[in-house]
Ligand binder design. Sequence first.
Ligand SMILES: C[S@@+](CC[C@H](N)C(=O)[O-])C[C@H]1O[C@@H](n2cnc3c(N)ncnc32)[C@H](O)[C@@H]1O
Length: 204
Amino acid sequence: MLLTERYDQGAGKWTMALDRLGFPAAYRNLFAELDLNIRNKDICDVGTGCGDFVAALTQIGDPPNSLTLVDPSHKMLAQATNRLQFACRNLHSNARRLESLRGVGEFDIMLGAHVLEHLREPEEGLRKMFRLLRPGGRLVLSVSKPHVCQWFIWLKWRHRWFSYQQITELLNWAGFTAISASDFPCGVPARCSRAYVAARPLNS
Ligand SMILES: C[S@@+](CC[C@H](N)C(=O)[O-])C[C@H]1O[C@@H](n2cnc3c(N)ncnc32)[C@H](O)[C@@H]1O
């Protein structure tokens, strides 16, 4: 079965499963600490799934100007679109892969939670996110990190995971600066994931 079909199949129970594992709370905690200004900003969430990452951001901030949700799984994307319909007046759903996006300088904030793990060429994925950002724009990622649990998750999702050093090298290679990382405070997110924030330089 293709990855997208597996996500289509899992879409109905995704948010409930994430909730049980503590991810939405961890995402909300992250965005509360980052305190990003999203008022009137154009935001894109790549690999949005059921929209949990971007929902956590919109719950703690002012309304953005636009929200673009990108995911090749139609069923995951439909869940995300449905739950975020009142979060922003300009909501765009894009049932595509990151690799096929062609825009340049369209967004102030790019989000990507647990999507790098599925890219054949994560460095090209980050480069694409860099190009999609406006100069001065911010990228926020949540990425699987080395832990024994990854092998159990891998049995179902065939994903990858990355050390702090690998992600910072990839972000540097893609052109990002002001890179910082933070650990989630507790539970499964603390053991299995790490958050990263980076910026596209103003003069790039
Ligand atoms: C682990 S889920 C994460 C969903 C959501 N970001 C979250 O944190 O709950 C990975 C998502 O990435 C999507 N995905 C996989 N490959 C992708 C690609 N090449 N471009 C964009 N999204 C992709 C999948 O369909 C899936 O919805």
